[in-house]
Design a protein around this ligand. Structure first.
Ligand code: NDP
Length: 495
């Protein structure tokens, strides 16, 4: 029998699938225990807690749970570095350190990407192709501004603010770190940063990069711990500015705490963005945009397109295409290069998503979840679409922060705008249409800090990002992202 004849007799496989393509963990050398990074040295922590991989529940390392005394030491180190050289260093010298950090991040990108996926649960193709390149790009971009502040703000005599306390969430750990640290350092400030409790490891690996770049000790200090560490940082009298990204509730608590203290504050909080599809949009492209808008990073994205607004005449076609596309999403091992949707970041977040999805079912929305085999260990949620959603339902009002899409319909552009703006948030929005004039009109009507047209979830360090209403205030990215880290002569005279 010839080879060809033999092959023809083989049974046709019942299921076609990709072979596993796991990224190797060999590139990583994790320590068993990490302290706090204070004054360029590792400070042995008084208390620790285990940090895990949400995909397997495996303990990866013990990390410090910083007490207020340890926060004190970090702020003291930051103040010392600020006063003893960093704030008076010429911008061109500060830029050299930032360029160095950017280049080292690029060189060590694979190591960071693997660790980000391991500790946070996001697919390796996202940490490799989005988080790491953007984190390096932020350092490159702000390195460029460090010696041009006088030109960016002519006749305003920009000066650094002092010591910045920075608190970041778990959805883009290294990227949020770079959004915070790069502009602060470019402007001549020193920082104490607290990563989220569940994702401290890339911030701790970043301390290695700081040493490699020979950044002066104390310019960047990193303390790990839970919300109480964040609260201690906010309250600390030695802090001049707080930059916070996280939930609206904690943002409001911080704002109350800082009222009357004179400390500067920027808040980047939640969102419930509308992704609006008009009947003249390129539907296949729009469906890719919808998928990217809500299933990217398991929907753990503050600007996720979690409310889909579809023009009524095309809603059936869009929902059919979307459901078909969902069946092709691969949910599973974050370190597998074929994975589209990874693990939910924590048990707490999984419980929150599960509770809101249950509320959606009870309120009367129709649920669709593609057939999907989930791993037995770890935290997982099947990509979900709700149709027949009324605006009053919790799934149309509250931030789910998971891979769950709520679909609503509209008939006219005016109705689309009214529904899109019917939310306490105002972080982002998407518009899909062939008409340029409609894009411009929509962008003017939508109360959102960012409006994407015929695309979604596009980020660039040169472009400011931030919200309206309960999504917070202040901008990160671009020239706007420098301002929160500067004081100006006019401010000194109460102007
Ligand atoms: P939080 O707002 O609690 O966490 C954000 C950061 O703030 C973390 O580092 C957290 O520490 C810290 N923190 C918590 N409490 C305090 C406090 N009182 N003072 C100072 N810092 C504090 O968000 P969660 O992680 O609890 O997520 C809850 C919800 O928030 C999500 O379901 C989602 O809806 C939203 N969210 C929005 C994000 C965004 O990008 N806009 C990002 C993350 C969450 P710790 O990690 O130890 O709690």
């Amino acid at each position: 029998m010839t080879d060809l004849e033999r092959k023809q007799r083989l049974p046709v496989p019942s299921e076609w699938t990709y072979a596993p393509a796991p990224e190797s963990r060999d590139v990583l050398q994790l320590r068993e225990r990490y302290g706090h990074f204070v004054g360029g040295e590792w400070l042995e922590p008084k208390e620790t807690y285990p940090t895990i991989s949400p995909a397997t529940e495996e303990v990866l390392a013990e990390v410090g749970q910083a007490t207020s005394e340890e926060v004190d030491l970090a702020v003291e180190a930051a103040r010392g570095a600020y006063e003893n050289g960093w704030s008076s260093l010429p911008g061109s010298e500060r830029a050299k350190y930032l360029f160095r950090i950017a280049r080292i991040l690029q060189e060590r990108a694979r190591e960071f990407a693997v660790l980000e996926s391991l500790n946070g649960g996001k697919p390796i193709k996202e940490s490799r192709d989005v988080d790491l390149p953007l984190a390096a790009a932020h350092f490159f971009y702000y390195a460029g501004w460090a010696d041009k502040l006088e030109y960016a703000f002519p006749n305003r005599k920009p000066k650094p603010v002092g010591v910045a306390g920075q608190i970041i969430p778990w959805n883009f750990p290294l990227l949020m770190l770079s959004w915070k640290i790069a502009p602060a350092l470019a402007c001549g400030n020193t920082v104490v940063l607290k990563p989220a409790e569940t994702t401290p490891l890339t911030a701790l690996l970043f301390c290695d990069v700081l040493r490699q770049a020979e950044l002066p000790p104390g310019v960047v200090n990193i303390v790990t711990g839970d919300g109480s560490t964040g609260a201690a940082l906010v309250k600390h009298p030695g802090i001049d500015k707080i930059a916070f990204t996280g939930s609206t509730d904690v943002g409001k608590a911080i704002q109350r705490e800082l009222a009357g203290t004179g400390k500067k504050l920027t808040l980047e909080l939640g969102g419930k963005a509308a992704n609006v599809i008009f009947d003249d949009a390129a539907l296949d492209q729009a469906v890719e945009g919808i998928v990217n808008g809500i299933y990217f990073n398991q929907g753990h994205v503050c600007c996720a397109g979690s409310r889909l607004l579809v023009q009524e005449s095309i809603s059936e076609a869009v929902i059919d295409k979307l459901k078909r596309r969902l069946t092709t999403l691969r949910v599973g091992d974050p370190l597998d290069k074929n994975t589209d949707v990874g693990a939910i970041n924590s048990k707490l977040q999984l419980d929150k998503i599960t509770e809101l999805v249950q509320a959606g079912k009870e309120e009367g929305a129709e649920i669709y979840q593609p057939p999907c085999r989930l791993p037995e260990k770890g935290y997982w949620f099947v990509p979900t679409v709700f149709t027949n959603v009324a605006q009053s339902y919790r799934i149309a009002q509250e931030e789910i922060f998971g891979p769950v899409l709520s679909v609503l319909t509209f008939r006219t552009p005016e109705e689309a705008v009214e529904k899109a703006n019917n939310t306490p948030y105002g972080l982002s929005a998407g518009v899909w249409t062939e008409k340029g004039s409609r894009i411009l009109w929509m962008a003017q009507q939508l109360k959102a800090g960012v409006v994407w047209a015929n695309t979604y979830n596009r980020f660039d360090p040169t472009s400011p990002f931030g919200g309206y209403k309960e999504s917070g205030y202040g901008r990160e990215g671009g020239k706007h992202g420098l301002e929160p880290y500067l004081t100006f002569d006019s401010e000194a005279f109460g102007g």
